[in-house]
Design a protein around this ligand. Sequence first.
Ligand SMILES: [Zn+2]
Length: 1038
Amino acid sequence: MAAIKHRRTALERVEKFISDTYFTDCNLRGRLFGDRCPLASLSYFQTPRRIPYEEAVVQEFGPAQVGQSFGPTWETCWFKVELSIPSAWAGREVHFVWESDGEGMVWRDAQPVQGLTKEGEKTSYILTRSLKESEPHSLTLYVELACNGLFGAGKGSMIAPPDPDRRVTLSKAELVVFNRDVYELLVDLEILLDMAQLLGEENQRSFQALYTANQMVNVCDVMDPSTFPATRDLAAAIFSQRNGESQHTVHAMGHCHIDSAWLWPYEETIRKCARSWVTVVQLMEHNPELTFACSQAQQFEWVRRSYPGLYARIQDFVAKGQFIPVGGTWVEMDGNLPSGESMVRQFLQGQRFFQEQFGRICSEFWLPDTFGYSAQLPQLMHGCGIQRFLTQKLSWNLVNSFPHHTFFWEGIDGSQVLTHFPPGDSYGMHGRVEEVLKTVKNNKDKGRVNHSAFLFGFGDGGGGPTQKMLDRMKRMSDTDGLPRVQISTPDQLFSVLEKESSQLCTWVGELFLELHNGTYTTQAQIKKGNRECEQILHDVEVLSTLAVAQDKEFQYPASQLQQLWRLLLLNQFHDVLPGSCIQLVVEDALQYYTGEQGAWLAGPSRVGASPAWWGCRGSNPGTQSTLVLNTLSWERTEVISRPGPNGKETLGMSDLGVALVPHIKSAMEALPQVWVCDTCFWPFPKEDGSITMENGVISVCMDTMGHLISLRLMDFERESIANGCANQFALFDDVPLYWDAWDVMDYHLETRKPVTTMLKPLEVTLAGGLRGSVRFSLKVGKSSTLTQEIILDAMCPYLRFQTQVEWKEAHKFLKVEFPVNVRSTSATYEIQFGHLQRPTHWNTSWDWARFEVWAHKWLDLSEHGFGVALLNNCKYGASVHRNILSLSLLRAPKSPDSTADIGLHQFTYAVMPHQGSFQEAGVIQQAYSLNFPLHVVPASCAPCPAWSAFSVSSPAIVLETVKQAGAVPVSSAVVVRLYEAHGSTVTAWLQTSLPVKKAMLCDLLERPVGWGLSLEKQGLRLSFTPFRVLSVLLVLSC
Ligand SMILES: [Zn+2]
């Protein structure tokens, strides 16, 4: 019978029919569960540690009740659950229902079987889908309950520091009969209701869905299940009305973004992986179509070690092509701050792991949630067997909307990768109508491509997909009015995008995130640890590789190095290195760094050939001399300090010949004190308290507060400093809108206050000879203090600022500024294996949105023939506006770590005025030298000439890495990685004194590519294009 259907009443009628709030006494939702039955018994024990199952179950369990609270935060409760299913429930589907605000894991027969997480919509474990007489009605389960939520335990808000006293409540634990037919109807009606509401009144499909739903309510008698099949048939009829050929296809893939540490510590992440993944595997057993894209080798490794049974099941589903390792990296790292070599190792460690464990490497890079993407990544992906990239974070841009979802991304060397941002702007979809419609509507490349990714599953804190998400999407697989939704794989998606790629646009250069720009500065100790450990691992590898060539007895510390690299790579995770994590994570991260430094400093017994190892290799134990080791590939003439006989330091001059590593016997004994006079400089105080220093290269004048009044190149009469006031510290109010540790907002620039309170005026601390230095102290903010030593070394082209800050601020941002007499519309910043330019003006929104940017070891502002560079040894945040170079030093956010950055900081930066371009002036090399100090160690041998292992004929080429090859089963194969640093096309000769038998180019995974290289008299001839990274495999004859 035809009836009048008022749109609003019809809509709300259906809403109420499936509501879990209203009319549950008589609506369909109220019939989802049937009979209930309490547990036979519930007991528990509590522990502050995260312990294995075997250890847990032998503890003494005491009684526990539903309604009871457990805690405090980060503790674990193990529950013993004894249950007995009533025999009257034969033939019924029976669930064990468990609701608490902690994260639970069900164990059955000593194996983890399912995660139970209220926030992840998982509150029941299916005991049987149809109870049979023959199956046991009584059984014992264990529930491991972490006293933290899916998003940690923030006090008052998600990103607030964790509440140490939070308690979690067990609000439900019982057996219930689950009415599957009611559930299926609820999902039908939910989809129809969403279609009716979201397709809109101008769309007839909206009304078709609405009237169908209305008719279903008419047909369905909630108390009479015999009416359900006819009701379902109505839904099936509309869902099976197909789309036309032109409809968009949504490629749905299960996903679970698990932050390797964030609002919870690393240790908890191991359990988050297990809880999330065991649930996925269990879903796959009942849904053979389900696919799940899973990144981060480190997380696989955690599960492999801690949950071998689960890992074996995962391996089965990997083999079936359902559980799909993606990404190729060790962790989903920060996309800006890791060095070029670190990024290579993210892929090398990741891809090797995936190859070893699953027999194949990943073919797509997967980094949906990091805070910007280096313009060097496309080349690094190519070198690691990857030409596809998936992310979505640029949808968070605060200022400009990124113009594409599918495009070619071109890096600084010209490498291109096919890049896809899921147009729904999320990696945590729930399979809802609203989301698939957004995916189509939001797609910025309509008409160019007709396929897009749709990642479904609870994420960030884990959780993953649910049965309900799958059931929703089944109904949307091909229904007129909605895009086609097919369960797919990354490979299927990218393959079809590749076929459609002829119309795609290209984006050149970095993918800069216009948000979270405070993450270049927050948690300065983590950043410093990262830079130091990158330097340490570089040096360990160089010195150990050469030790193998020098000493047949020496064993290359391959497995220890792998371990140390993996710790460093783990700390590069996108909430750790950026500093957006809680205090517990900061403590873990700093401990890992200290461990790395300790392992290295402990010398030969721990990790390979330390400088001390080289020093004590002398044949003449009685002789005392000094050994200087240079781990860079160019000559360095620098002031070195040696411990003197009476404990006093003495300065000397290292004048190394071409030396990557000088031979053990190249000790620096007779230091050329005599010619020091020629390069002397004179810290010269004047009456007004200002001091001038000169070293034959530069001349600097400083006022009593340490400002640079003047800075000149001595053979070039030009003043570098504008307005007579550089090295000016400035403090800014730093209160973002929400993401405290993450964000510095544009308006902070309006709150600039120069630091003007002097504690101790400038005084001379070292009066000439090889080194001159001056010192002063300032009061910063309310109660912080800053002491700085400004150092000028003989022959050195830069002035060094060794800085110590006792930092006690709240929501303040400290920077140091260098206004310079240089005019240029762009400044240059070092990135991984290269550099790029960013504007110094704020013309367009794309320009001013980059008011705070990142750089690695240097930035430079140059005009033709002259410029000024700013170098640093552990900072990343920077900016150049007009003619002012700023280095971002310290922040003081309070969430999620209220103690962030409070305490003592030591860091060094340097200013280098130069003639010519920064390339010609050697800025790149000087920044390396600042970051890779010469090693000066006592040696037990007589002085002898320097020995060089490697040199490169062109100053445009940086030899970055020397390491033992890992993939080649020959222990004496060495990998040498070089890159073109000037942005030029150049041919260079690599010379080595190692006994090379064979040489060939290899990719970043150390797989040989192309023909062998011919060994000529001048060495190996290598051709570079701008910013090209080349790896050479050298097979040695020793
Ligand atoms: Zn994340």
